[in-house]
Design a protein around this ligand. Structure first.
Ligand code: SAM
Length: 279
């Protein structure tokens, strides 16, 4: 089969890469509107797939370009067949395709390639493969300094956990680990019918914006992560019991935290105060 015929045949969605492709034009446009990309920004899309979002992101950016100029963006795609299709459709100046696993990709190289200007930081977007969405979110935390915001489509339940506030039943490790770094905003839901193949779950769009650097941060990030894991591993217990190894009797009073509270009612600042207690 020639290269051309190969790309004319429809791509067969691969489950192992979490491939559910967006086909509904209404939702594609709403997502692009929510991102509001500009040609002078460094946009990186994770998992472009068959370019449903990619094409419209470029079109939206082109609309802000001076006449005769056109926008470009970076994409990170793991599926070699899709990489070949992208390379066949877009010129390398228009689309810089990085064939890579986003879990291992060094996003800082793209930020440094953008120089030191006001838009040197990355705007990361994507309809993420649901099977690895949490590891990707944690991986991107490593590049917090190089990222100006992130807009993702994820499974609705995951977005509800990411955005859950103190006291919400869905609040857990993911909520705290993201909210002490980012403002987490759920934008809107996307129904299963907007994709092919149709997934078994609902989806939502979420935006993450790094908080100001002046914000309260733990002195030891590893210790903080261990604390949050310990608290939510025994989420039904009162913190006096689940965190007995971290805080002793009197110290709860000193911290201003009710020892009979459950982990889901604690704020990010409460967790930072506990993690810093003996440092
Ligand atoms: N953006 C496209 C759309 O909205 O139609 C495709 C979305 S599909 C849910 C997820 C995409 O991520 C697929 O193209 C898949 O091949 C790609 N992908 C899966 N795992 C990946 C990984 N570890 N690194 C980079 N891309 C990945």
């Amino acid at each position: 089969m020639s290269e051309r015929d190969k790309h004319a045949a429809p791509h067969r969605a691969r489950k192992r890469f979490g491939q559910n492709f967006l086909v509904d034009r209404h939702y594609i446009q709403r997502i692009v509107d929510a991102i509001d990309p500009r040609p002078d920004q460094r946009i990186v899309e994770i998992g472009p797939g068959q370019a449903a979002l990619t094409r419209e992101l470029l079109t939206a950016m082109d609309a802000h370009c001076a006449s005769g100029e056109s926008a470009s963006l970076d994409v990170v795609e793991i599926d070699r067949d899709l990489v070949a299709r992208l390379a066949a459709e877009f010129s390398p100046e228009r689309l810089r395709v990085h064939e890579a696993d986003a879990l291992e990709f060094d996003f800082s190289t793209l930020a440094s390639a953008a120089g030191d200007g006001p838009n040197a930081k990355l705007r990361v977007v994507g309809n993420l493969p649901y099977n690895i969405s949490t590891p990707i979110l944690f991986r991107l935390c490593d590049f917090e300094q190089q990222i100006s915001d992130m807009t993702f489509m994820l499974q609705k339940e995951v977005v509800d956990r990411m955005a859950a506030r103190e006291g919400d039943g869905e609040r857990g490790r993911l909520s705290v680990m993201l909210q002490y770094r980012y403002r987490v905003e759920k934008c809107f839901d996307v129904p299963p019918g907007a994709f092919r193949p149709i997934p078994a779950v609902d989806s939502s769009i979420v935006r993450l914006t790094p908080l100001a650097s002046a914000r309260l941060r733990p002195r030891d990030e590893t210790r903080f992560a261990q604390l949050v894991t310990a608290a939510f591993t025994q989420r039904r217990k009162m913190v006096r019991k689940s965190l007995a190894a971290w805080v002793s009797g009197e110290a709860w009073h000193q911290l201003g935290i009710d020892p009979e509270a459950r982990a889901e009612t604690l704020s990010c600042d409460d967790f930072v105060a506990i993690a810093d207690l003996r440092l």
